[in-house]
Design a protein around this ligand. Structure first.
Ligand code: ATP
Length: 236
């Protein structure tokens, strides 16, 4: 039967249930405005199963969640808006100038995000899916045990101009955020594969094709192995 005649839910199972190969995982990261989300979508279109750390962060911090309660205890009730949702700008303001509060925030949020990510990774454990863990702060968080790491690399000033042009950021705001992120060099030092995003979108599609071919060529573990928890460097 031609695959286009199959219902969508069957296509997913057919795509990821071949015997003899285990699931394989890749981390994806890059600086602000580098094109991570664009690359994640392009890799998902080629067959990767996307697990989005930013989306998980927003979910674990939802109104009424245990994480939000702990955050309010650590940073003050002022971080919760009248409708019960998180005031992200207020959190950013508090931790920007207070490293101890930033450390408390990370100690609350990181384990919850890793737990939820592990739960989602476990779902694919008996498949041969190619899982892409999109983790913007992968390098800054010192995450290890991630399998191979893909870095989207761009001249920082090009990222500034794209975010100003397409997203309405001010250039100063982007540069201030960049200063709080890992350097381009530190990120590249973690890379097993680099996607250069200095060209147009057609060029990026070609780089993503090369990356997908590389991902598909990586040796896969035996099926059914344990999901290795992601560790934050320095943590147990
Ligand atoms: P953030 O760090 O804010 O989450 P990001 O790294 O996920 O950003 P994207 O949102 O994918 O980056 O890209 C930033 C902006 O640049 C978007 O508006 C996107 O459409 C645009 N963009 C990405 N790649 C290219 C490209 N090669 N050519 C032109 N525009 C691009």
């Amino acid at each position: 039967m031609h695959s286009s005649t199959l219902p969508a839910q069957n296509l997913g199972r057919r795509a990821h249930l071949r015997y003899g190969h285990g699931v394989i995982e890749f981390g994806l990261t890059g600086g602000i405005g580098s094109g991570k989300s664009t690359v994640a979508e392009l890799l998902a279109a080629r067959g990767a199963v996307l697990i989005d750390a930013d989306a998980i962060v927003r979910e674990v911090q939802a109104a009424g969640s245990p994480v939000l309660v702990l955050m309010a205890e650590a940073l003050g009730a002022g971080i919760v808006l009248p409708d019960g949702t998180l005031d992200r700008a207020e959190v950013a303001r508090i931790v920007f100038s207070d490293p101890a509060k930033l450390a408390s925030l990370n100690a609350i949020v990181h384990p919850a995000v890793i737990d939820e990510m592990t739960r989602r990774r476990t779902v694919h454990n008996d498949t041969d899916a190619t899982v892409l863990l999109d983790i913007p702060l992968l390098v800054e968080s010192g995450y290890e045990n991630l399998g191979a790491v893909i870095v989207v690399d761009i001249d920082p000033e090009l990222a500034v101009s794209r975010l100003v042009q397409h997203r309405g950021f001010s250039a100063d705001d982007v540069r201030a955020r960049m200063k709080r992120q890992a350097s381009r060099e530190d990120r590249l030092a973690r890379a097993d594969f680099v996607i250069q995003n200095g060209g147009d979108l057609a060029a990026l599609e070609c780089r993503v094709d090369e990356c997908w071919a590389w991902m598909c060529g990586q040796p896969r573990p035996e099926p059914g192995g344990p999901v290795v928890p992601i560790r934050s460097r320095g943590a147990n």
